[in-house]
Design a protein around this ligand. Structure first.
Ligand code: 13P
Ligand code: SF4
Length: 360
């Protein structure tokens, strides 16, 4: 890990423990698949609903979102789309914090999810009580939290950021002379600190998917493909980020494949994104960054176990019965809306979506 730049203090907190489910992808026969797709299309119309899906979800869901006037995107754009779309019901295929963000921004709308147990290790690794105690110890710091947190954690924050906006927000706060308390992703926090030189105190959670990408094996793979550009999501460890030609959000990675002149790309993020990249750039050669090899545990093998909980069967059931509705306590939602709206206003003011840092 590169040396910590001056001004960083890393919080030492007890390790957070939680259960990581196995990654189970829905398998359907052709007949059932067709019937479910048709049923969901009809239910979306009946329920005045729109489907918003993350790039890491099953390609079936991404295709359905596209076909039905919904949206497939990164976490920032999912929030923005849901906020601006007139549908009465938002169906969020992704993980719980995405559904909660949609509900917080749209308290008058119904928000459904295929599976309410679709969590995120960053959210689980940052319990609201422990986080509040941490904030209480550092009242002089501006609290910046990643979107991948619960509503209660956001309710304690001054700013929410996503991977596509964190750099610009922290640059802005540094220019205002602010010291930052950052949570929960230690790798993203470290990367942002390194890029901006801001004074950041870091919470110590990680994404169990990106944490598994391996620096040494990536170096070996690069040696086999010397012309390939390396694209990395900033939730990855420093040993992986330091080898990147481009570091950025999911949308940023797709754009980089489309626009960079290279033909081959090594990609360090959840492999669900390959579906959209192949659509956007069918002639490019995509290579998965290694998660195996030296010190491998392969808890996820580059596919988020919680994202994999989203499937056609559960989506149809949620729409059919109105089950799996996301509910957020009104007081918490009101408070959590402040840092979320601050980010949406900030990125609208910049007249641009900030995707990532292109060193290529
Ligand atoms: P993006 O904001 O880049 O879509 O990332 C969300 C996420 O959960 C990545 O693991
Ligand atoms: Fe959370 Fe990582 Fe899954 Fe994204 S990929 S939802 S950060 S566990």
């Amino acid at each position: 890990m590169p040396a910590e730049p001056h001004g960083t203090v890393t919080a030492v907190l007890p390790p957070q423990t939680f259960h990581v489910p196995p990654t189970v992808v829905e398998v359907l026969g052709e007949e059932e698949r067709h019937a479910l797709r048709e049923e969901i299309k009809a239910l979306l119309v009946r329920e005045n609903a729109v489907l918003v899906a993350h790039y890491y979800t099953d390609p079936e869901l991404q295709a359905l979102a596209d076909e039905t006037g919904g949206h497939v995107s990164d976490s920032l754009d999912m929030a923005r789309f849901g906020h601006e779309h007139p549908a009465r019901t938002l169906v969020v295929a992704g993980v719980r914090f995405m559904g909660e963000t949609a509900k917080i921004l749209n308290p008058e709308k119904r928000v459904l999810m295929p599976d309410l147990k679709a969590e995120c290790s960053l959210d689980l690794g940052c319990p609201a009580d422990a986080f509040a105690a941490f904030c209480d110890q550092h009242p002089d710091r501006t609290v910046v939290v990643y979107a991948n947190t619960s509503a209660a954690v956001k309710a304690r924050a001054d700013w929410m950021v996503t991977s596509g906006s964190a750099l610009e927000v922290v640059r802005h706060l540094k220019a205002e002379g602010r010291k930052i308390l950052w949570a929960p992703d230690k790798y993203l926090g470290h990367y942002i600190q390194e890029q901006t030189g801001a004074d950041m105190l870091l919470w110590n959670a990680a994404c169990i998917v990106h944490e598994e990408f391996k620096g040494q094996e990536l170096a070996e793979l690069r040696a086999q493909h010397p012309d390939a550009k390396v694209l990395v999501h900033p939730e990855s460890p420093p040993s992986v980020i330091s080898q990147a030609d481009f570091v950025g959000s999911t949308s940023g990675i797709i754009k980089a494949v489309e626009t960079l002149p290279a033909r081959q790309f090594i990609i360090a993020t959840d492999k669900g994104i390959f579906y959209k990249i192949r659509q956007a750039a069918p002639d490019k050669v995509l290579i998965e960054a290694p998660t195996a090899g030296h010190s491998a545990t392969c808890r996820s093998c580059a596919h988020c176990p919680w994202m994999a909980m989203n499937g056609l069967r559960k989506l149809a059931a949620a729409l059919r019965d109105g089950s799996n509705e996301i509910l957020v306590d009104a007081k918490i939602a009101q408070r959590a809306a402040v840092p979320i709206k601050r980010l949406l206003d900030f990125s609208a003011d910049q007249h641009t979506v900030i995707y990532g840092n292109n060193d290529a």
